[in-house]
Ligand binder design. Structure first.
Ligand code: SF4
Length: 74
């Protein structure tokens, strides 16, 4: 079994949309019986900005909106 959690790893006011946003990791934590297959306490399944959907739909290029891998605005 595994447990999933959203963990905030960064906060900022994004100058492009003038909002406070967070960078969140979707972490999968291994329970004791599966720890040996993970090899670490958790794995990061995804990392995304809380405004990613809006920025993606608006066409704002950003790595954290999954539309511009080379543009890191965090
Ligand atoms: S997805 Fe990128 S551009 Fe959009 S608010 Fe987050 S950091 Fe800013």
């Amino acid at each position: 079994m595994a447990i999933e959690k959203l963990v905030t790893v960064g906060k900022k006011q994004c100058e492009l949309i003038h909002l406070d946003v967070e960078l969140q990791e979707q972490r999968v934590y291994a329970t004791a019986d599966f720890l040996h297959t993970f090899g670490a306490p958790y794995r990061v399944r995804a990392c995304v900005c809380t405004a990613a959907l809006d920025c993606n739909l608006a066409g704002i290029p950003c790595k954290w909106a999954y539309n511009a891998p080379d543009v890191d605005r965090f």
